[in-house]
Design a protein around this ligand. Structure first.
Ligand SMILES: Nc1ncnc2c1ncn2[C@@H]1O[C@H](COP(=O)(O)OP(=O)(O)O)[C@@H](O)[C@H]1O
Ligand SMILES: [Mg+2]
Length: 208
């Protein structure tokens, strides 16, 4: 079953936000498990906010990520792995060695895009052992469509990386839902627009 690794070279780009909400969206289609492979454990901390918890199973494991991914992907329909903010961290490398898709959130600026050059190298290295690994940049905190098309062109031309057509917009609901121990899927009407974009991204990543 598909294992999706959410990776990036620094903090604050939206890896955990994307991992949680992407996993919650997959949870609407089947059974899903989220592996928090970041020693900072923010996804796991989120899952401990009891009030309003949506029942998304989150496991924290940053010492034996490779083994854990192998075991969990056998047991569950979908697996999402939230990685630490470094592409060369052992957790990231182990996740990439076993994932089907690497999803790379990037903030909507050229500087952030160029900073992903190390990810390109790491992906190439990971493919030696895991040739089926697909990679997709996801522009996060987008505020204008024009920016998306420009960045997508730059990413393809300069980094030879595919960019998801479904970007994630900057929306307060991503922060507010997390504060309540929820995802955008647990916010009713207030989360509708965010849910729509997340579902579009999920479809792009794993198919209809
Ligand atoms: N699309 C978005 N719109 C608004 N806020 C966002 C969005 N994505 C992430 N954030 C916020 O940005 C901050 C960093 O996100 P986080 O997922 O923790 O990044 P990372 O895991 O890469 O360090 C958090 O406060 C989060 O709520
Ligand atoms: Mg994080």
């Amino acid at each position: 079953m598909p294992a999706i690794a959410v990776v990036g070279s620094k903090g604050g780009v939206g890896k955990t936000t994307l991992a949680l909400n992407f996993a919650a969206g997959l949870g609407q289609r089947g059974e899903v498990h989220l592996l928090d492979a970041d020693p900072q454990r923010s996804a796991f901390q989120w899952s401990l906010i009891d009030d309003g918890r949506e029942g998304l199973p989150v496991m924290a494991e940053s010492d034996h990520v490779g083994e854990t991914v192998r075991a969990l992907r056998r047991e569950h329909d979908h697996l999402v792995v939230d990685c630490p903010p470094a592409v060369n961290a052992p957790q990231t490398l182990e996740a990439l060695a076993h994932a089907d898709v690497a999803v790379v959130p990037v903030l909507p600026s050229p500087m952030d895009l160029w900073a992903t050059v190390h990810i390109v190298e790491t992906l190439a290295e990971a493919r030696k052992e895991n040739p089926r690994l697909r990679a997709l940049l996801v522009i996060n905190q987008l505020e204008s469509r024009t920016v998306l098309s420009r960045l997508a062109r730059m990413a393809v031309e300069e980094l030879e990386l595919e960019v998801a057509q479904s970007a994630i917009r900057r929306r307060a609901i991503y922060r507010n839902s997390a504060l309540e121990g929820r995802t955008i899927y647990g916010m009713g009407k207030r989360g509708e627009a965010a849910v729509q974009e997340m579902n579009a991204l999920i479809e792009e990543v794993i198919g209809p």
